[in-house]
Ligand binder design. Sequence first.
Ligand code: HDD
Length: 719
Amino acid sequence: MNDSPDSRDPKDQQLQTVRAPDPAGGPLTTDQGVTVDHTDDALAGGERGPTLMEDFHFREKITRFDHERIPERVVHARGAGAYGYFEPYESCAAFTKAAFLQDPSVRTPVFVRFSTVQGPRGSADTVRDVRGFATKFYTSEGNYDLVGNNFPVFFIQDGIKFPDFVHAVKPEPHNEIPTGASAHDTLWDFVSLQPETLHTIMWLMSDRAIPRSYRMMQGFGVHTFRFVTADGKGTFVKFHWKPKLGVHSLVWDEAQEVQGRDPDFNRRDLWDMIAAGHHPEYELGVQLVPEEDEHAFDFDLLDATKIIPEEQVPVRPIGRMVLNRNPDNFFAETEQVAFHTANVVPGIDFTNDPLLQARNFSYLDTQLIRLGGPNFPHLPVNRAVAPVRNNQRDGYHQGQIHRGTSYSPNSLGGGCPAIADPSDTSAYRHMAERVDGRKIRKRSPSFEDHYTQPALFWHSLADWERRHVIDAFRFELGKVQAMQVRTRTVEELAHVDGELAAAVADGIGVPRPAAVGTPSPRPSPALSFENNTGDGSISTRQIALLVTDGVTADRLSALKDALNGQGAMAEALAPHDGTVTGGDGEEVPVDRALPTVAAVLYDAVVVPDGTQLPDDAHGDAARRFVRNAYRHGKAVGGYGSGAGVVAALVPDAVATASVPDAVASSGSSTSGGSGGSGGDGPVVDRGVVTAGSGSDAFTEAFVEAVAAHRHWERPMPRG
Ligand code: HDD
């Protein structure tokens, strides 16, 4: 919470008026404000007697507890939220009159909720899944919700199929297995029968589905929306969020281990970074298509299973969003926030995308059951900053005291609230799009091509990304019991790419499908991770420095300072908390005890000069740490005697090639001492950086290896 009233944004000021009184301000009370002096024993008829009905404090306390839970979201139940602001780079008046997109000096408060889709509230963060990326802009013209995902496409084309899709992907109905995962029969049964899912399934099998951090993934509005100018001119628009830190993923093997080591991995990361002042930042970009070009594409703009390749219509940056404040209370804010695709402001309108049209019904409907009635817009996190005046009344949990009449027109209430004057350009007016047609239940033929864009995605990936996609298909389908479902899915994949289908078939024990004509569209480089690496910094990267008694203290602290100076978060990990004794007898502070963490929770590791890895459980833990970091493609560094330790731990191909001569001989796993002499290096091989001493050159090379995120050329665990 920002406690300085002057620096609070308008939303924070509003929230301040409803923050509960300071608990330190007086004694415990009941809900009625009656002071309580004893809350550990219920009122009873005698020391060993029955609890008395008249104990109103007991009854109130238990009743309130019994009613603490509300239904979780039917999808996107697991999430994490944060406040922040959005500011446009320049006026967007040429294509939209939306007030929050006009003035670069005006910051609009936002609340963002990130989520997984399939799992329940308590499920793990690092499952293979789509991530929700929902933003509520508290604009001066009312709330605007951009309820997007980290994929630019969706599984189905018409919202009427949403319950079918969700029933298929959710845990199986008889045993509620698996939690948070799509690797089961019903999802793949649905996919194999519903080719429109294929494009999004390709994204789901890619590393996009296991983001390293909510701060390192893109967001997409998915649908084609409409911008509208003050003079009523419409332009089709697709929204893109691009993270400043680039798009980065975990390795699947690692993601699975993180589920056990830290099920809160992504939400903890978001919270900790905001708390530490490393505010996540995203650029908002738009793809704009003039109305007259509506039919200029070989797909339908209204089809949410399609992207507009960025090479065809470039993404134009229009502003940035910074998340800088953690909520005060998870339930009150992150759980009770209610997004709705129909929360739009003047200047932003819908299209006839049938998925969007369905959503415009579903989100309002779901909040009524989830939040218990129609007054959820008054919940603090949902309240608009813009003034709200209307004749909506009563209902459960009415939190406001309305005065005067509640109908329109009225004369007794002075005609208030007045209807906006026709000349008032700030009023929301739907675009007067011409609608003309017969009532019909039929998918447009322009939605029929289900294979070209999955193939476009496939052909746009780097080799290592494709390997991961194949492995993911093999993993997921390998968990499917029904062989006919495996076979049917592979037959569908053959329409995307023959080699992909064959590679998957070989892994899951079904025949390779017969060759079919697969499309080979021109790749879209923007789809590959390799072209979304961000600012190339090591900001917020978690770097483990493995230390023990004997570590060379001055080099260690120079390295730590250098890494932290570039925004990384370097931590000294030792077998125990407290301090270790450096080579010259100095006390070296320990940030964390090694047994409480694991390599999968870090982005990189260094074995500094002087660190001892004896042949015991502590040494084993440290060795496992280095090997795991290596296996998952992370930067691994060693200098002085640490270079030898690294050499002994990582496979020969890397180690012997990369360790400077001067230190190769000191490379036993129990080596200590004060480091190598001469032949300083550094030597760099696929992200393994070794040097005779911890010089600035070592730091520089190591920073570069960390900035690369992962070194995919290394052999990685498959599956
Ligand atoms: Fe949805 C939640 C994103 C299609 C019905 N959806 C929800 C959330 C996100 C999305 C990010 C979580 C919001 C939060 O954090 O509270 N949904 C999408 C995207 C879609 C999409 C990007 C396709 C482009 N959704 C979709 C369809 C329907 C729904 C087609 C129904 C016809 N979605 C819901 C819902 C949820 C929801 C049932 C559950 C909780 C909630 O709304 O508030 O109404």
